[in-house]
Design a protein around this ligand. Sequence first.
Ligand code: ADP
Length: 438
Amino acid sequence: MSYYLGLDFGTSGARAIVIDPGQGILHQAQVSHPLNISSASCSLWQTQLDQLLQQIPHDLKGNLERIAIDGTSSTVLICDGQGHPLRDALLYNNNQAGDVLNTLKIIAPADHVVLAATSSLAKLLWLQGQPEFPAARYFLHQADWLGFLLHGQLGISDYHNALKLGYDPAREVYPDWFQHPVLAPLHPFLPKVVAPGTVIAPISSQAATRWQINPTCAICAGTTDSMGAFLASGATALGTAVTSLGSTLVLKLISPIPIQASAYGIYSHRCGDYWLVGGASNCGGAILKEFFTDQELESLSAAINPDIPSELDYYPLPQAGERFPIHDPDLQPRLDPKPEHPQEFLHGLLESLARIEAQGYRLLVSLGASPLKRVYTAGGGAKNGAWTKIRTRVLGVPVQASPQTEAAYGTALLALRGLAAYENLAQKLPASPLKVLG
Ligand code: ADP
């Protein structure tokens, strides 16, 4: 029997999931970041990788066929020619690179995803000015470097991680504006980019011996943690979406064309022949937590009749300002009128959040995404049955909890089948134009 390992290096810790060819989970384990060690420390990731691999039962490790790794998007590092990091990594949310944004604005197209202080490209530009840079030979994402620890190859990334480095996944090149004189000196540091799940190399003999892994096990190009979580849902068909009901409301819809609308914070990840178009509202579960305990959420939700629409019309922002589905930096939270009964209030909040979700999908569809056909749900709100019924009524399509939500599971699926499930067999798509809305 052959087995497939997904390793997830997320924001709070690292996880491993081993699956069989039938996609069943055979092993899972996790390690949290210790409080006293920076999660930007590459040696911490190395320790976590070691702990996760040590914990996998020998009979599974001896029969691993492929391994894939996901890391947090835009967590990056520079290393020397042997792969030794020259300083701590810059984490996904590190915005030290803000100073280079003005330079980048002159170079990159107005609405490009690289135009954020946290983007990989902003970080690379910033790192160029740091004292360690002269010794640098490679610029890598977290997942690229962890993959290197297993296969020994440097300078390779995948088109999910490379999106915020400016790589164009539609044309599979770095765009022409990379020829700008400011970016030209960085060319030697740009990784070669392949599709997530592509086999890069067999595991190095050193790694195979150290962890007693099948010596012919292949190490694949990885992905980002949020794409790993999406892949875990198993959603593969056009028009299928995954809503994450966590602290914020995150929408992702499988579409035939990419959509980028920077004002709304909408951008697209390539997934084989399809595109995953996404947007995130500042509204979400965080506001529910402000008014209700988890226990109250459960008991009050159970008492709601989800078939009767609530007339209450809220816009439950935690603070002023919204991007998606309404672009208004000054939009005020709307939480009035507040009824006497907490159950009615909760009903109004859940109904309003469902309307915002529906408005979000309508916006994506109006920009060219596939019509919505089915919604999988992840995050803390996925277990709320009343909310699921309200959302089914408001969205007008079947809504169900994702059977799997762990990014490590999605990354194990990537190791198993790459992006083959996202191939458009009926009609191989010609390179489609990027739909841009300012
Ligand atoms: P994140 O990772 O974004 O912090 P989670 O996916 O862990 O979020 O989900 C946490 C959110 O889920 C909380 O904001 C909470 O309000 C919401 N939540 C938890 N239980 C319920 C419930 N029974 N019904 C609705 N929302 C819930």
